[in-house]
Design a protein. Sequence first.
Length: 426
Amino acid sequence: MTGVNAAAERRLTVVVGITGGIAAYKAVGVVRDLVKRGHDVHVVPTEGALRFVGLPTLEALSRNPVTTSVFEDVAEVRHVSLGRRADLIVVAPATADTLARMTAGLAGDLLGTTLLATEAPVIVAPAMHPQMWEHPATTANVAVLRERGVRFVGPVVGALTGDDAGIGRMAEPEDIVDAALAVVGDDPGSPAAPSGTVARGDQGDLAGVRVVVSAGGTREPFDPVRFVGNRSSGRQGLAIAADAAGRGATVTVVAANVDAGLTEGLDATIVPVGSALELAEAVHAAAADADVVVMTAAVADYRPAEVRPDKLKKEAQGDTMTLELVRNPDVLADLVAARRTGQIIVGFAAETEPDRAARLELGRAKIARKPADLLVVNHVGWSAGFEREENAIEVLVPGGEVVRETSGTKAEVATAILDLVATALT
């Protein structure tokens, strides 16, 4: 069984909180797996959870009594004793309502009081519909909980209730248990992994993963002074690189004309390039042993057929000038064609089309031509995308399904993209 560390060789006291979502039935697998690995498991369901999973089932699997009430075992002060005794707390599934209650510090039931009374690591496995996961209220609650040290496992992309699909499916029970035990490590009282990360080992969900990110915009010179270029600043690519490094990845950034000030302090190897041909060479070299390649750079489709050795004089051109261009290599298509088994390729499609449906059709056509694992359709324009702190994206998979749609700061967009990448790697 994967992911079992030294924590699995010791008997830990683990509280499993189960809340009232349809994914509660999968929490049975979390309880069973923890017990099978030899741990002392105490299940604390909410009243809503018991509408999906029966109390006798939870008692039989955990081998401990189960209650939702703070008024049972009053002499033991059960409403705080469980939290104090716990080496680890896992909440699966964690509904949007649960995340809101945890953020507010509400203690209206046994799970709430247990969470407030504990100093143990807390791992939550969210499960909800994509619209609920991406709602500003949930996003804000997740940010607050991460700042407090709560770890998140998932959610992942997949089928949901009804005909829905997308981000919001609860991670698989074994993955939740592996991640939870990895947070505890060799010593239940040792410092935990950085807050805000999905646990893998003690460094995040991309620990040990080699990530290559292209960022910025290429410049195609036609004389020593002038070039054909674009407005990409590289901020989105650098946000992805920073988030990947924070999750434990080893990161290489192929930076096309990116302001050096933007890369200062970034925990990554920076490879500066200028033109599309230079970027293609650097990306292919870095991708040779990479697990993930994220192509955020705005790469010129064409370059001048001739690069003059001296400055082109307007006096020699007259009132008009004709510049002959030739096609550059398609770096994304070449990466997809050369992709190794298990390697994840993420492409970007910068589109100015304001209509969402029309923009998605452009994205679907692109991913059909270049079947990357994920294609990020990036809405750009005079006042959108480039040279701004905010971004708006839709993420497609081969076949054209939209698996994520979000907007916000480029750091928030980076997190959304890498959540999908981490899911694809599992």
